[in-house]
Design a protein around this ligand. Structure first.
Ligand code: G1P
Length: 287
């Protein structure tokens, strides 16, 4: 079954970026001239996603406005002869069909996904976490859909993480079955480094099947008192084959300041209008 829907949990508070995120959703922080969330939606579109489900919370209106038609702005731009810019703005609205569901209380990633259940219905779907920005020749989600189609089960994106920062991730215990693909034997959410079952950390891209909802329903709060998707997948693993996929590409953790700055520099260096001048500027700093 083709994957048309993607769930974007965007209810998080963004405390790591305060005060920037006091009155603005963290998903609207910009890399060069585009909000983080738009990069993720573009990745989804390139992977064939047509329906986007945002799981939102309080203070996230700017996301709705960003993906809506901005009629007045478009008219003003057209009147001023800035048709190219107007068309660019119109394209944002046309990236997908957008639907919104409120999470109510921020009870964790698992709970956010469960909130999207009736909009997802009985079909496989993607989950994209907007803190993870992935640059890749073939969009990460597209790579994962291929794995899903070949192996026929949920797929979780993983990357190698060594050292103490493994405690910031869900970690899989795996059995390698193919180039870059493993079957998942077990999962642990944010283990202490000594207890991590491998060095394969879960990154914010998932292909899930609707069976996950039955497991989420009965998952009790885990790490941080939140209902964790990792815990629901752990329950699911003995009943269904689940796969970990070592994706090709570079991932930036745009949810922390250093990761966000790295992404900003690299996207700016790649920008056709800014890149050369920015490179000259960085060189002039003689660090
Ligand atoms: C979430 C997941 C975690 C995963 C991470 C990837 O954690 O719970 O398993 O490794 O995203 O970014 P968060 O970073 O939202 O705390």
């Amino acid at each position: 079954m083709t994957i048309k829907k993607a769930v974007f949990p965007v209810g998080g508070l963004g405390t790591r970026f305060l005060p920037a995120t006091k009155a603005m959703p963290k998903e609207m922080l910009t890399l060069v001239d585009k909000p983080l969330i738009q990069y993720c939606i573009e990745e989804a579109k390139q992977a064939g996603i047509t329906d986007v489900i945002f799981v939102t919370g309080r203070g996230k209106r700017a996301i709705e406005d960003h993906f809506d038609v901005s009629f007045e702005l478009e008219q003003i731009l057209a009147r001023k002869g800035k048709k190219k810019l107007r068309d660019e703005l119109r394209k944002i609205h046309e990236l997908a069909n957008f639907a919104y569901v409120r999470q109510g209380e921020p009870l964790g990633l698992g709970h956010a996904i469960l909130s999207a259940r009736s909009l997802v219905g009985n079909e496989p779907f993607a989950v994209v976490l907007g803190d993870d920005i992935i640059r890749a020749k073939v969009p990460c989600l597209k790579q994962m859909i291929k794995v899903y189609e070949k192996h026929g089960g949920p797929v979780v994106a993983v990357q190698k993480v060594t050292g103490p920062s493994i405690r910031d991730y869900g970690v899989i215990k795996n059995r390698k079955i193919d180039d870059r693909v493993s079957q998942i034997v077990d999962l642990v959410e944010k283990p202490e480094p000594a207890q991590a079952p491998s060095d394969l950390a879960i990154i914010g891209r998932y292909i899930l099947t609707p069976a996950i909802f039955r497991y989420l329903e009965v998952t009790k709060p885990g790490r941080g008192g939140e209902i964790q998707l990792t815990d629901a997948l752990k329950r699911m693993a003995p009943d269904y084959p689940l796969f970990g996929y070592l994706f090709e590409g570079t991932r930036y953790d745009a949810g922390n300041k250093l990761g966000f700055l790295k992404a900003t520099v690299e996207y700016a260096l790649d920008d056709p209008d800014l890149g050369e001048n920015f490179k000259k500027y960085l060189r002039s700093l003689k660090l």
